[in-house]
Design a protein around this ligand. Sequence first.
Ligand code: ADP
Ligand code: MG
Length: 301
Amino acid sequence: MGRIIAIANQKGGVGKTTTAINLAFALAQPERKILLVDLDPQANSSSGLLAPDDLRAARQQKLTAYEVLLADADPQRVFCKARESLYLLPSGPDLVGAEVELASAARREYRLSDLLARSRDDFSLILIDTPPSLGLLTLNALVAADAVIVPMQCEYYALEGLSALLDTLKRVRQALNPRLAIQGVVLTMYDARNRLSHEIAREVAKFLPSELFETVIPRNVRLSESPSHGLTALEYDPRSAGAEAYRELAAELLARVAGTSHAILETPPPDGGESGPGPRKWGLRALFARSGERARKRAGG
Ligand SMILES: Nc1ncnc2c1ncn2[C@@H]1O[C@H](COP(=O)(O)OP(=O)(O)O)[C@@H](O)[C@H]1O
Ligand SMILES: [Mg+2]
């Protein structure tokens, strides 16, 4: 039965969609079928993954998240094959109206959950990209999900936003979905040369030592260029720092889901090496060590 993971943060522009499409692609394997559900009316995941013609065709046939949530379309008919082993439930602008229409619908918080209950056996993992708000669409994602991944931009007010989101998760757990867990917080747009990026990372690591992913996503221009080509960064430039980091995040996520990973920073892995398979270039510990070296050089030590 596929684990359902919502990618959520009520702030816009923090890297939800970038994480959704690159993580989904990195996870997809012949033995691991992945579904990405695009619940954002802005449809950035859909246009970042599908060619314009394919997306137009899907919408013309009325096969989008809107029909599934509000018109009881058969989910088997609406999943587009985006890549080998990677399927997409696309979004469209009509989802804006869904927020209002859902308000008076029966089981309005459970529409997506009911739908995915019928499809989760067909996938190893289901990721849900959500809009930058805590309205009914995001609520549907949080009610359907087993866990949440929170992308967090390394910037000044990030921690305040994080507390608000943690509050919301607590309330959703109490009222609607007691099994909702935090799969992890992932730092995005990390700039190794920027002291603030650094300080935020340390703060979050102190605040949520076991939730923070060891993998950090660097600021990388390939990640912002690739969607306009309908490609993930892993296809557009597989050797780019962004692609590497998302491959590492996928490996770390799989280890967490399998229950084999350890809390970061607090507990070193048993063998004293880095966690996960292969050397970790985008691990927090490695990044901190490198920046420490740079600072010592600057200080003439
Ligand atoms: N690690 C990154 N490096 C560079 N640009 C990024 C990175 N992550 C996201 N972006 C860019 O920042 C903008 C916002 O990212 P996006 O993933 O769309 O955020 P959200 O879905 O949370 O609104 C987009 O233009 C995206 O291409
Ligand atoms: Mg988005």
